[in-house]
Design a protein around this ligand. Structure first.
Ligand code: GUN
Length: 290
């Protein structure tokens, strides 16, 4: 079985970006600049945003973290986004989701300029992705595609099953896998909470992408012999023996599924790292598009 190691694949993306940034610096040009907005202090969001900022600095990008209390009003947040839209020094903007209930995520997403929308969540970018003209591909499915590319996984004509239909992962993932390109051309089935016979459908998948957020739910009996398994689940599970009091678990029961899979992503150390790689590539793209 091949371990689809996100550390290796994401480092290769970052090495490429590092070289590009080095060249920009040699030419005395400014470097890409990402602005990240974090509302409140959700533990997982804090970790994700901190990691995004850290990775920017590792490859020589600039980043600005803009924080708001969880009771910030919607107008104040939208005004901050508009200011970033108009700021020539900023290339990419992301607002970490989820947001507090009193703020409309849709309004926030639609306020980010599509040219700076490095998460690829704006309906204009989502529409372009569906039509095969992507500008910014949402970072997690983009990261999965970069992972498939790094390990040269053959996808042509394969049966792919995606579990989850969110705008952040499942839906764009299904579009990418079915697209007419080298790491696409799959026959894609999307499963969700109303899917009947989930086990039977999954066990026909040559490529299975799970984005459910239900730790350890995917067992060997749901997996075809020799399948490629991509685990997008990142759930914090209480564990008193862990230093932080929790552990990160994926959707896939790794040891069980490893007995049948031909390739498998670990959690942690798999798709999570690729999400960052996707975001960094999008930020470079936003810079180059200017
Ligand atoms: N929350 C979970 N995943 C993401 C992501 O890729 N981008 C943003 N902005 N928020 C998220």
């Amino acid at each position: 079985m091949i371990l689809l190691d996100g550390k290796i694949a994401s480092q290769s993306v970052k090495d490429e970006l590092l070289l590009q940034v080095k060249k920009l610096k040699e030419e005395h040009k400014r470097v890409p600049h990402l602005a990240a907005i974090l509302v409140g202090n959700n533990g997982a969001s804090e970790t994700y945003v901190a990691s995004k900022v850290k990775n920017c600095s590792e490859i020589g990008f600039r980043s600005s973290l803009i924080r708001f209390d969880s009771d910030v009003n919607e107008d104040e947040l939208l005004t901050a986004i508009i200011k970033l839209n108009n700021d020539e020094a900023i290339d990419g903007i992301l607002v970490q989701l989820p947001l507090p209930k009193h703020i409309s995520e849709q309004k926030v997403i639609e306020t980010i300029s599509p040219t700076k929308d490095v998460d690829g969540f704006h309906p204009i970018n989502a529409g372009k992705l569906v039509q095969g003209f992507p500008v910014f591909v949402p970072a997690t499915p983009y990261g999965v595609m970069l992972m498939l590319e790094h390990f040269n996984i053959d996808t042509q004509g394969k049966n792919a099953v995606v579990i989850g239909r969110s705008n952040i992962v499942g839906r764009p993932m299904s579009v990418l896998l079915s697209g007419n390109h080298k790491y696409g051309n799959c026959t894609v089935t999307i499963c969700h909470s109303h899917t009947k016979n989930l086990e039977e459908i999954c066990s026909q998948a040559d490529i299975l992408v799970s984005a459910i957020g239900n730790p350890g739910m995917i067992k060997a009996n749901m997996v075809k012999q020799g399948a490629v398994i991509i685990d997008v689940g990142i759930t914090r599970v209480d564990d008193a023996t862990a230093v932080k009091g929790f552990r990160i678990k994926g959707d896939v029961d790794f040891n069980d599924v490893a007995t049948k899979a031909s390739a498998l992503t670990p959690v942690p150390g798999g798709v999570g790292l690729m999400t960052i790689a996707g975001l960094l590539k999008n930020t470079m793209k936003a810079y180059l598009n200017k």
